[in-house]
Ligand binder design. Structure first.
Ligand SMILES: [Zn+2]
Length: 291
């Protein structure tokens, strides 16, 4: 069943079933691999940066949450059928103008939920690197995000957890100190959030923080790229949104897109999305203003 929906369950289930069936027909008819080959021959290459928040069975799946069973299946699919790379590798390729290998994917997480430690260990089991973006003022505290008020309590990572994640080979990025909406803060406050978060994470983890992810991640929350020069001036190498999209080879976008994950009916639906098979639907939706 589709995650994070507000449709009646029966309607959602039918819609999900129809979509998954169409995806399976497309894949097993051979059309999918033919289209991928044609795209590669045409010189098209891209990487999809996935965005997760919580991986837990303690609350129902929703717009920010996937269950552990789904996550393991996803790891298996990514390991077997995709080329998962670190954010550093993807960004180096982009900077050098290299084409991305077929089916390139990067995995990222936001918001320092403690269940990210389980996810980090599970990813390491599958040999998959990831980058975890930390709002540093929440790590090792009992602070609760406003949207989680009323939900079952979900602890935050400690700094020892974050160090373990880094030791597993994962990257750690900044997500400000206080998870502020960058479109609503002054330049001085933005500078403080960016600089202090980077410094604090580097002190605790002992590795440079190269990446920044805008909290909330919508187009309106990324401050119309207003802060991009400041982000680079403070020592970050790239910054990311969270409203979806692919990074095409040689992209000059200042704020690079990430794709939120709990928006897919099934693994096969996700596989087709990640390999670009559903790109024409996204373009159509963009044209009619649905995304
Ligand atoms: Zn966030």
């Amino acid at each position: 069943m589709k995650r994070g929906t507000v449709c009646p369950p029966r309607f959602t289930y039918m819609k999900s079933l129809v979509r998954s069936t169409l995806c399976a027909l497309y894949k097993y008819s051979g059309a999918m691999s033919l289209r991928e080959k044609i795209e590669r021959l045409g010189g098209h290459s891209f990487v999809v940066v996935l965005l997760f928040h919580r991986v837990t069975d303690e609350i129902p799946e929703d717009a920010l949450t996937v269950g552990t069973r789904f996550f393991r299946k996803l790891c298996l699919m990514l390991r077997n059928r995709f080329r998962v790379m670190s954010l550093a590798e993807a960004m180096d390729m982009n900077r050098q103008g290299q084409p991305f290998p077929a089916r390139s994917v990067v995995i990222t997480f936001d918001d320092c939920y403690h269940n990210n430690l389980w996810a980090a260990r599970t990813l390491a089991e599958y040999g998959l690197p990831a980058c975890f973006f930390m709002p540093s003022g929440y790590v090792d505290t009992e602070r609760v995000f406003p949207w989680d008020a009323g939900l079952r309590s979900m602890p935050n990572l400690s700094w020892a957890d974050v160090r373990e994640m880094a030791a597993l080979g994962h990257e750690i990025g900044s997500h400000t100190v206080n998870h502020v909406d960058m479109a609503k803060v002054s330049d001085d406050e933005a500078r403080r959030e960016l600089a202090e978060s980077k410094r604090t994470i580097e002190e605790h983890v002992g590795q440079p923080v190269r990446w920044f992810a805008f909290p909330f991640g919508g187009k309106a929350n990324c401050a119309d790229e207003h802060f991009c020069p400041m982000i680079h001036e403070l020592g970050y190498d790239a910054c990311f949104s969270g409203h979806g999209g692919f990074i095409h080879a040689g992209s000059q976008e200042q704020v690079l897109p990430r794709q939120p994950i709990p928006t897919f009916d099934s693994l096969i639906h996700l596989e087709l999305f990640l390999n670009g098979s559903l790109g024409w639907i996204q373009s159509l939706k963009r044209k009619v203003g649905l995304v």
